[in-house]
Design a protein around this ligand. Structure first.
Ligand code: COA
Length: 325
């Protein structure tokens, strides 16, 4: 029996053409292709000249064309990002204007690299309320604008791009079976990019104008491994399935060594993880939808396959989603 569930009907992505290689970074900071590749698995990343909402809108236009959907029929636009064009209007409202989704409710969501997972979870809940029939969930980032290009600790890790999912209450499609999210605000200091500094006529001059990403790499690495393992284990336990039942895991694409460490803890082959970070680096909220788009286009998924999306990031935040393809 096929019941109506919240289903992903399609995925799409957009990345800018400009490739920034490790060799080019060697000319900018004291680093090497060998160091970057052996410590992270990254070979190159994309750098955009267009702002975050534009990247997101381009991924959405591709998806709506692919699915032959009328923008006027879209009920919800959820845009996950930590690099919005403005404080207001939101990137979601800018996408709404660009694509002409005049009947949609649109808002941004900030859960850093877990943003796409959180976005899907929110869409899943709102669709289940039956007040909305469908949603597009976008993960899009122009991280290049908040990177200190003189800081070798961070500038080698990140890139720009966008990915999107279309979700609908449907009998057919890739079913959202279960979701899990958590946040760890106590560890908020370990990954930081400041917003507009506090400044008014009483305080006087602004005190801090550094918006760039700062992090405790080792602390984040440990958190990343343990949160991935927890996110996967919880879904397996709650759904009474084993890791052998899972065809692919689509992790947040931060560092190949994080994924390898998680695979060792889970006692599974690293090949179960879909990895494309060598091409794009860490694109934060865009990384999972870009990876899922590439996996879905690779012809390696069949109807009924179980997959897990798992993410972690600033906040700190983490979460996972079980999907029946
Ligand atoms: N090129 C060359 N050397 C570099 C470098 C670079 N790009 N970046 C850092 N180094 C240096 C450091 O300065 C340090 O030098 P020191 O020993 O003289 O102080 C040395 O390399 C080792 O640094 P360490 O922090 O031990 O490296 P690491 O093996 O932990 O790798 C990260 C560093 C950042 C790659 C790793 O910690 C990581 O990936 N953490 C998670 C980060 C992340 O994914 N954040 C986003 C999460 S959403």
């Amino acid at each position: 029996m096929n019941y109506i569930r919240n289903c992903i009907l399609g995925m799409s992505m957009y990345v800018p053409d400009r490739i920034l290689t490790n060799n080019e970074l060697e000319k900018m900071v004291d680093t090497s292709d060998e160091w970057i590749y052996s410590r992270t698995g990254i070979r190159e990343r994309r750098i955009s000249t267009e702002n975050t909402s534009v990247l997101g809108a381009k991924s959405v236009e591709k998806l709506l064309n692919k699915l032959n959907k009328d923008p006027k029929d879209i009920d919800l636009i959820i845009f996950s990002t930590i690099t919005p064009d403005n404080n207001t209007p939101s990137c979601a409202c800018l996408v709404q204007k660009t694509i002409g989704a005049s009947n949609a409710t649109a808002f941004d969501l900030n859960a850093a690299c877990t943003g796409f997972i959180y976005g899907l979870v929110v869409a899943d809940a709102l669709l289940s309320s039956e007040k909305y029939r469908n949603a597009i969930v976008i993960g899009s980032e122009m991280l290049s604008k908040i990177i200190d290009w003189k800081d070798r600790n961070t500038c080698v890790l990140f890139g720009d791009g966008a990915g999107v999912a279309y979700i609908e209450r449907s009998k057919n499609g890739h079913k959202i079976v279960d979701t899990y999210t958590r946040s760890v605000g106590e560890k908020s200091d370990s990954l930081v990019s400041a917003a507009v500094p506090i400044s008014n006529f009483i305080l006087g001059e602004s005190v801090n104008s550094d918006f760039s990403i700062h992090m405790d790499g080792r602390e984040v690495f440990k958190f990343a491994v343990s949160s991935m393992v927890e996110g996967i284990d919880v879904l397996l336990k709650n759904n009474n399935i084993s890791i052998k039942d899972i065809k692919f895991i689509v992790p947040h694409q931060a560092n190949k060594r994080i994924i390898e460490s998680a695979s060792q803890r889970l006692k599974i082959d690293v090949d179960k993880f879909f990895i494309n970070l060598h091409k794009y680096g860490n694109t934060s909220a865009a990384s999972i939808p870009i990876a899922l788009t590439e996996l879905s286009e690779s012809q390696n998924l069949s109807k009924g396959d179980l997959i897990i999306l798992v993410g972690f990031g600033g906040g700190l935040t983490y979460g996972s989603i079980l999907i029946e393809w």
